[in-house]
Ligand binder design. Structure first.
Ligand code: WTA
Length: 651
């Protein structure tokens, strides 16, 4: 049974498995014991300014900073008075060392073409492209909109912008012309970068065509640079459109990084807000750069000989922070793969790990659930012995999916870092340090050094230990967002007013007796059943622990007696559903987490609606479960046919 709570959210989940860091891993790890972690965390908590101030010495400073932090809530200025440059920290900083000729980027295209760039080579390309941008009139503070496939030129373009102090706004290649235009207009973008096409499951995505449509409605954009990726013809608007290879052919490779104030904007990244209006999250130079460098080194325990693969598209914050800025400022070797995990077959990722001897693999729960569904034989064919560390990000991971990842991919040897963070936080906030902290499946464990979370109720009071409530941050950190582009009032209102003097993350969480954090889902997704507030992930995890279930989404629908009834949408690993299975699943949930959480409705479906970054869109499912005929904002939906299918099932 659920515990009655005076706080916000009840917990029904019981997960008691504990996995200490493997001894060989801990012995070699930079932070190799709980004591070492706790000492660091306490020191940081005692004096955040001196903690971050000391670490900041790892960046290159054209001019040293005078003050670590100027905090005028909710506006933070980190490393005040200093000047640095993120492109310099990612490239030039390595050129005087042996790393100059180390692979920075190993890339594989979906069709199997490959390219590798050393730090020296990447520096050369970035300087040339920065000169191209300069020639097009881009200067410090200008916004450059980037809508490209996952190719090396995307990284090159971002670092070229950073080199000049231009602000990049990367728009994921799956977005529509409408979405590009909205973002371009909100940001006042001056230049557009794109490619003719992109590869996706063997088909060509019409990137340039989408840009052509978008630019009809983006009056601020004066130039468009087009990379030739597949080579099929595209329309080129004379005077506005230029081929990448033409411009680069004439560009010099001499382009010193511009010294930039610590708080100079580095990028804007749009996330979907609860309204349709795009929300441009703003990050600045020094604090973000330091934060992603340090969190990359701590969480992934990175060693110079490692090959690191984060599967995220650079169109998401995970790609910004852990494909580009974090790893490159740490001097790492990054693998980047352009295409889909199931092209030409469902074994592509394992083939890549075998081929490049990947050591650290960082992916999303939605991908892990797909791997499980596709079957173990894809994994068994390949040699994954190079792996030493696994990670996840983006959603809660159901404990059974965690166990599969641990057994099947990690061969029970590799720690798993379940990393909780947000576009807004810039980098990882809570995660196990893999050599120090024992893991529990489904928990992101503990805050990183310098991060001070709390869990409060809607009045801002701390909830009793073990109870679910709102997750807040009680202190600023260097990677935090500095605002919403062009709308500081919305920034204040959304993150800093509901719980005074705290950053409101928008997630529910609880903290257990060992001080481990468990994320319980978005605040808006809580189910209210007979006076009990239940979290989505706990019900879903109970369903996913049934051997036939691949994925599940739980939502509330209005119910006259209980307030809300529990409706779940379930996809199966294989086979057809029937009435007996429906009964069995209800009984399974009752047994796992209690009668209160037992689903009232179970709907089987071929696929769940997801955002383009792979998060289940419970909001849409809630509308469907409630029988609403009009459905809210669907612009972030990945595959419209999934929604159409769900709705036709209703009729
Ligand atoms: C969710 C992605 C549980 C959470 C970096 C957060 C997670 C939102 C986890 C941010 C995790 C992310 N466990 N939930 N390890 N990581 N989330 O902005 O709801 O795309 O608020 O940033 O994803 O998503 P965003």
């Amino acid at each position: 049974m659920a515990k009655q709570s005076g706080g916000n959210v009840d917990t029904v989940m019981q997960e008691t498995r504990l996995f200490p860091p493997p001894q060989e891993f801990a012995a070699r790890a930079k932070i190799g014991s709980v004591a070492a972690y706790e000492k660091m965390w306490r020191e940081a908590a005692g004096d955040i300014e001196s903690f971050w101030g000391q670490l900041a010495g790892e960046l290159h400073w054209f001019r040293p900073f005078e003050r670590v932090l100027d905090w005028q809530e909710p506006d933070a200025k980190w490393f005040v008075g200093g000047q640095t440059n993120a492109s310099y920290n990612c490239l030039d900083a390595h050129l005087d060392s042996w790393r100059a000729n180390k692979a920075a980027l190993i890339w594989e295209g979906e069709p199997g073409d490959t390219r590798t760039f050393t730090y020296q080579q990447l520096h050369y390309e970035v300087c040339r492209f920065a000169n191209v941008l300069k020639k097009l009139g881009v200067t410090q503070g200008d916004v450059v909109s980037i809508y490209m496939p996952l190719v090396p030129e995307l990284t090159i373009a971002m670092l070229a912008c950073a080199r000049l102090g231009a602000v990049h706004s990367v728009i994921f290649g799956g977005f529509s012309a409408e979405a590009i235009a909205d973002r371009n207009n909100d940001a006042g973008a001056k230049v557009q970068l794109t490619a003719d096409y992109g590869w996706r499951r063997g088909a060509e995505l019409q990137l340039k065509k989408n840009v052509d449509d978008a630019l009809k409605k983006s009056p601020t954009v004066k130039h468009c640079v087009v990379l030739k990726r597949t080579g099929n013809p595209v329309h080129m608007e004379s005077g506005r459109d230029h081929w990448w290879h033409d411009l680069i052919a004439e560009a010099s490779s001499n382009c010193p990084a511009v010294p930039l104030d610590s708080e100079a904007p580095l990028f804007i990244l749009y996330t979907s807000g609860s309204t349709g209006k795009p929300k441009g999250i703003k990050h600045t130079t020094a604090g973000y750069n330091l934060y992603v460098k340090k969190t990359f080194e701590w969480v992934f325990d990175y060693r110079d000989e490692d090959v690191f693969w984060c599967t995220a598209d650079i169109g998401w914050v995970t790609g910004h922070s852990y494909v580009v800025y974090g790893p490159l400022s740490a001097g790492a070797t990054v693998l980047m793969y352009e295409g889909a995990p199931n092209w030409p077959d469902e074994g592509r990722f394992w083939e890549l790990i075998e081929k490049y001897r990947v050591n650290i693999f960082y992916t999303a729960p939605t991908a892990i659930r797909a791997f499980i569904k596709w079957g173990d034989h894809w994994v068994d064919k390949r040699d994954l012995s190079s792996l030493r560390l696994l990670g996840t990000v983006g959603e809660g991971i159901n404990p059974e999916a965690w166990m599969w990842y641990h057994r099947k991919i990690g061969r029970e040897r590799c720690p798993i870092v379940d990393t909780w963070w947000q576009t807004e936080t810039g980098g990882i906030m809570m995660s196990p340090l893999p050599g120090a902290i024992a893991t529990k499946p489904g928990s992101c464990t503990k805050p990183l050094p310098g991060i001070m979370p709390a869990i409060v109720d809607s009045a801002g009071q701390p909830v009793p230990q073990g109870q679910g409530g709102w997750l807040v941050m009680t202190k600023p950190w260097p990677g935090m967002l500095r605002g919403i582009w062009g709308d500081q009032e919305r920034y204040r209102e959304q993150y800093w007013t509901k719980v005074p003097h705290n950053y409101l993350a928008g997630d529910n969480a609880r903290c257990d007796a060992d001080g481990y954090y468990w994320i319980m889902g978005r605040i808006d997704d809580v189910l209210n059943v007979a006076g009990h507030r239940l979290s989505t992930i706990e019900i879903e995890s109970a369903l996913v622990s049934h051997p036939r279930v691949a994925e599940a989404a739980a939502v509330g629908r209005p119910d006259e007696i209980k307030g809300e009834a529990v409706a779940v949408f379930v996809t199966l690993k294989n086979g057809e559903p029937d009435e007996a299975l429906r009964k069995e699943l209800k009984a399974h949930v009752r047994k796992e987490i209690g009668a209160l959480a037992q689903p009232d409705d179970i709907r089987f479906t071929g696929a769940l609606p997801k955002t383009r970054s792979g998060k289940i869109m419970r909001r849409l499912l809630k509308d469907i479960a409630s029988g609403k005929t009009t459905i809210g904002d669907t612009t972030t939906l990945e595959d419209y046919s999934v929604l159409a299918k769900l709705r036709s099932d209703e009729e």
